[in-house]
Design a protein around this ligand. Structure first.
Ligand SMILES: [Fe+2]
Ligand SMILES: [Fe+2]
Length: 307
């Protein structure tokens, strides 16, 4: 069971800590976030905000796609593997919440006049539909696992490496992203276990699928979504720059370089670990403050929507 290691014999880094939640660790939460307060430049470094605003349009399309892929794969899981089946169900419910919350957040971007955003999003949606309709379940599940493999590195970066960018940032955007990445960390093993259950049971399958094809899916997803984020963030920043003076433009470029340097320094080394043959998201160390942060979304917490 995912999260079962919390029951007894816990060691440092186990998640959640013993007795942290009653029952299963993975759970669906309904955040309470006032999206009416969202503004596109929600961080003191607007280029940092725009990089994440571009990313915020991804879950609205990729996560419904994930739900469809996992739904198809679920039908092939051994009915005796009740825990995996239950985990898939919670995974899908969490992703359902994620994309709805990002859709609500993204309204502020449309209202602010970034008129080309729907065009980019429509293209992404069509590409994902093409994967669903034309490619194998193995490909789609490897892509899904590739996408999911970006979750734990993103959670680590959000919780442990982003403070210089988050000081003075708007709470709505920061809490949306941290909640999302915390739940990505929470359900990090589901796609991995599902992919292995279907395609990597034999020794040859473990090498050809569990490692090589999994890495192919990861590289494909990183390249596909990395190119999308780059294109969309460049567009958002280009719109912002239309009204900048020459001096402001110099500052904007310097801030963007700082964002890219932080990505290379913090995210890239973590992503490279996914390439290893024995990569196992279940062994990831829990990012600092992540479990405590999620408590705010539990009943009685300041970010929990009323039941
Ligand atoms: Fe998600
Ligand atoms: Fe996820």
């Amino acid at each position: 069971m995912i999260g079962a290691k919390a029951q007894g014999g816990a060691k440092a880094g186990d998640y959640p800590p013993p007795g942290f939640w009653p029952g299963t660790a993975m759970r669906v939460r309904q955040p309470l976030i006032d999206y009416g307060k969202v503004r596109p430049h929600w961080a003191p470094n607007p280029e940092f905000a725009q990089h994440h605003n571009a990313s915020s349009t991804i879950p609205v399309h990729v996560e419904p796609y994930l739900i469809k892929v996992l739904g198809r794969a679920r039908a092939l899981v051994d009915p005796a593997d009740a825990q995996l089946l239950a985990d898939i169900d919670i995974f899908n419910k969490q992703e359902g919440q994620h994309f709805r919350q990002h859709a609500a957040f993204n309204q502020a971007l449309y209202k602010a006049g970034y008129t080309k955003l729907p065009e980019f999003e429509q293209r992404l949606r069509q590409e994902l539909l093409g994967f669903l309709n034309k490619r194998s379940l193995k490909f789609n599940l490897a892509y899904a696992e590739g996408f999911e493999s970006m979750g734990p590195p993103s959670a680590a970066v959000w919780f442990e490496k982003s403070d210089p960018f988050l000081a003075g940032a708007d709470a709505e955007a920061v809490d949306l992203w941290k909640w999302h990445m915390a739940e990505e960390f929470e359900h990090r093993e589901v796609c991995h276990k599902l992919f292995h259950a279907l395609y990597s049971k034999t020794a040859i399958g473990a090498v050809l699928n569990g490692w090589l094809y999994r890495v192919y899916g990861f590289a494909f997803a990183v390249r596909h979504l990395g190119a999308y984020i780059e294109e969309v963030s460049q567009y958002l920043i280009a719109v912002d720059r239309q009204n900048m003076t020459a001096a402001q433009l110099v500052q904007s470029r310097a801030r963007q370089r700082a964002v890219k340097a932080a990505f290379r320094r913090n995210m890239l080394p973590r992503l490279l670990l996914v390439l290893l043959p024995f990569y196992n998201p279940g062994r990831k160390r829990t990012p600092r403050d992540l479990p405590e942060f999620l408590l705010r979304f539990e009943p009685g917490g300041d970010r929990a929507a009323p039941a």
